[in-house]
Write a protein of this length. Structure first.
Length: 326
């Protein structure tokens, strides 16, 4: 730059020094508060509904579990509600019926969870493969049972299992098997796991398929260029990408297993192997509505909620550690 250019730019530089650029505009505090109030206004309906439908029942159950009904001190056959502390919890935890129900739930979960997750994963991988045709039809067909209410599905399967109503009863007897084969003690939990699997396989399959669709196609192309087979793509790309979806579906299955109620309640009228305490949730229902023991029912429900939370937490922790180790 020449001396003349420097002399010509001198007034410009002097003007910049005397009139510095204005500072960046800062958001007004009033506008920020107004936006915060608008955000809370939108969140308020959900917060209120969540508190009424979730938080309030939990608090009520905890409160009711500390009381029990007993004969009134005044006699005349009346009853009164008295504070009992943790006595209801002690009664539940020392009950043989409760622990028998826990055993049934564990056996049912050991059958149901691998069955549902395994079949859902296989179907999702098959429908996601390049050779699959009519994906929309098969996806809708597999998901349709989930749209049927659980009690209705249990009634349908109860009809198929019934030794007097089932169209398969004569077939079983013709080959030398009892007509109530599926309602016997050895196969009873397997039969009910099959009822639940029919409902939830399609639901979990949709979750797996949504995760598979989110995987970039470039990963598959790069793997094929490197010479990977379709089976290697499944093992090295698809299955690792499905870890988070598998964790979510297994957690939901654990919670659903703890709440097991519909299937044994429907089949209870068809087999003597199922009583009112076959599962802890059936036990809580019987305590509340058959025995009028709201405190015992609340204590049973709270204990099962704690067990569900612990199982879900342990499973999530184990999965996290396995993922870090790999």
């Amino acid at each position: 730059m020449t001396t003349a250019d420097t002399t010509a730019l001198a007034p410009v530089r002097e003007a910049r020094r005397s009139h510095p650029a204005p500072p960046a505009a800062r958001p007004r505090r009033g506008a920020s508060r107004r936006e915060s109030r608008i955000g809370w206004a939108f969140a308020l309906p959900f917060t209120a509904l969540f508190a009424l439908s979730m938080i309030a029942p939990i608090i009520a159950s905890l409160w009711n579990s500390l009381f029990r009904r007993q004969l009134s001190m005044g006699g005349l056959g009346g009853t009164e509600t008295v504070f009992s502390g943790l006595a209801n919890y002690v009664d539940v935890l020392t009950s043989d019926q409760f622990w028998g129900g826990i055993v049934n739930v564990l056996e049912y979960g050991a059958i149901k969870i691998p069955l549902v997750q395994g079949l859902a994963l296989v179907l999702a991988l098959l429908l996601d493969s390049l050779a699959a045709r009519g994906v929309r039809f098969f996806r809708l067909t597999a998901f349709l049972p989930y749209a049927i209410p659980g009690v209705v599905a249990a009634l349908v399967w109860g009809y198929l299992y019934s030794p007097t109503l089932s169209p398969f009863a004569d077939l079983l007897q013709s080959v030398g098997l009892p007509a109530d084969l599926f309602l016997e003690g050895g196969l009873l939990n397997l039969s009910m796991a099959n009822m639940t699997a029919w409902t939830f396989i399609g639901y979990n399959m949709i979750i797996f398929m949504a995760t598979l669709k989110s995987i970039p196609a470039e990963l598959y192309d790069a793997a094929r260029i490197d010479g990977a087979s379709e089976w290697q793509i499944v093992l090295r790309i698809k299955l690792p990408m499905l870890k988070s979806a598998a964790l979510m579906t297994v957690l939901m299955s654990i919670v659903g297993t703890i709440q097991w109620f519909n299937e044994p309640t429907v089949l209870r009228t068809m087999t003597p192997a199922i009583d009112t305490a076959y599962t802890p949730m059936m036990m809580a229902y019987s305590q509340a509505f058959d025995q009028n023991d709201m405190g015992g029912a609340a204590a049973t429900s709270v204990i099962m909620a704690i067990i569900a939370g612990l199982l879900a937490g342990v499973y999530a922790l184990v999965q996290t550690r396995i993922g870090r180790a790999r």
